[in-house]
Ligand binder design. Structure first.
Ligand code: PA5
Length: 411
């Protein structure tokens, strides 16, 4: 993984960098996600390897941090590797969506993973109740939750298997824990390689590798200019990264959009997930000519390992596009991203950088995930927010629960 930065990094920031690095080192002793790349995953592998081949489908019931990470990785890997079992995600209380997913699965050949850190999330538990009424065999369910939650007690009561989230791992930082690893292992993703990728970024950052400097520089720039460039666009040049983009929006938005600690100010950098080349034909206009409030990170794939080529045929009246003849789509999409980068560089006042991953594989996505988790923690430190809570999200949950309580009493 490479990171090319095309904006002027803040000079003379050595003291800030040192303080930031030591703040993250000390956070690492309490916040659980930092050390997930080195966890022991034997239990997860043994459990998933023992699954019968009769189980053809895995259904995840979870939302937000309990589903987006696994979905991002599953959808990234799927084009290059047919899944051992298909993964479906029930994330919405939209009844049409529930019916549409149900229509795709055969209940007898399906195993359900009920994933909720708190164990009390309305979306997850309402859909679980619906499915449990249809299929109530405890062996068809595995629960992943915090030890001691109501969901933990329920799972034990019916005799289902329960896995616990490791200590101090928040929902949106949990993809490299059992929350993401179990569904991914069951679908045939090589979770060891995922952790190898994440560990490479971890080692590079914590042991003076090349990503340390680039992550610190980027975080300082984003924090220092967070009121000027208050939008961060992730422009990923591959459809495989569509759900990674959703994961990034949740990670960044829920972690960094906050009231500052001990302050009256509300802060945040708005995440936007874009996919190239499609969004060249829409949002790009706003980046090139719109308000100068956006930084842009391009993600590129160095080698698509695919030689699909535009055929060498001449079409009447379309001779001007004969220039496409014989080009591989790999080269074409790379030329497209490079052209947009060049166009933006010419503007001279849009902060840009490029992340280049080698190939579409487990190691690459493990690297990207850990890189973005680290970047989020670094920016959170610098803009002085509590990166790991989500009082804004909780406030809506509390009101909903109150409304449900009133409705239940009135019935
Ligand atoms: O990151 C977070 O904390 C949230 O997005 C949660 O993951 C989400 O609200 C679901 O919560 P839970 O896992 O408790 O069901």
């Amino acid at each position: 993984m490479k990171n090319r930065i095309h904006f002027n990094v803040c000079e003379r920031q050595e003291k800030v960098k040192e303080a930031l690095f030591s703040a993250i080192e000390s956070e690492r002793t309490t916040i659980g996600y930092y050390n997930l790349p080195e966890q022991n995953i034997d239990d997860i592998l043994n459990y998933s390897n023992a699954f019968s081949d009769d189980i053809e489908t895995i259904v995840v019931l979870g939302i937000g941090g309990s589903s987006l990470g696994a979905k991002a990785i599953y959808e990234f890997i799927r084009p290059i590797k047919s899944p051992k079992r298909k993964l479906y995600f029930f994330e919405s209380t939209d009844p049409l969506n529930i019916m549409a997913i149900l229509a795709k699965i055969e209940l007898e050949k399906t195993h359900f993973l009920v994933i909720s850190k708190s164990g009390t999330t309305v979306e997850t538990i309402s859909i679980f109740k619906y499915l449990y009424k249809k299929q109530n065999s405890p062996s068809n369910y595995t629960f992943i939750t915090d030890e001691g939650s109501g969901l933990d007690a329920f799972a034990k009561k019916i005799g289902s298997k329960v896995f616990y989230l490791p200590a101090n791992v928040g929902g949106r930082f949990s993809v490299l824990s059992v929350v993401g690893l179990l569904p991914l292992a069951l679908s045939g993703v090589d979770i060891k390689k995922l952790l190898v990728g994440a560990n490479k970024v971890k080692e590079s950052f914590f042991n003076d590798g090349y990503l340390k400097e680039s992550l610190l520089n980027k975080a300082i720039f984003y924090a220092k200019y967070h009121t000027t460039y208050n939008i961060n666009c992730l422009f990923a040049y591959s459809e495989t990264l569509r759900y990674f983009s959703e994961w990034y929006v949740q990670l960044w938005g829920e972690s960094l959009g906050k009231k500052q600690c001990n302050s009256a100010f509300n802060v945040g950098v708005t995440p936007i997930g874009l996919i190239g080349p499609k969004d060249q034909h829409s949002f790009l206009q706003l980046i090139v000519e719109g308000t100068r409030d956006k930084s842009v990170t391009f993600i590129k794939i160095e080698d698509f390992q695919n030689e699909l080529t535009v055929p060498d045929i001449r079409l009447p009246h379309l001779e001007s596009l004969d220039t496409l003849n014989g080009i591989t789509f790999h080269d074409l999409i790379t030329m497209q991203s490079d052209s947009v980068i060049e166009a933006l560089k010419m503007q001279g006042d849009i902060p840009l950088d490029e992340i280049i991953i080698k190939q579409v594989n487990e190691e690459s996505i493990g690297q990207l995930i850990y890189y973005y988790e680290l970047l989020t923690s670094l920016v959170g430190q610098l803009i002085n927010v509590n990166t790991y809570n989500q009082p804004g999200v909780e406030s809506g949950k509390i009101i909903l629960k109150d409304k449900l309580q009133k409705r239940y009493k009135n019935d």
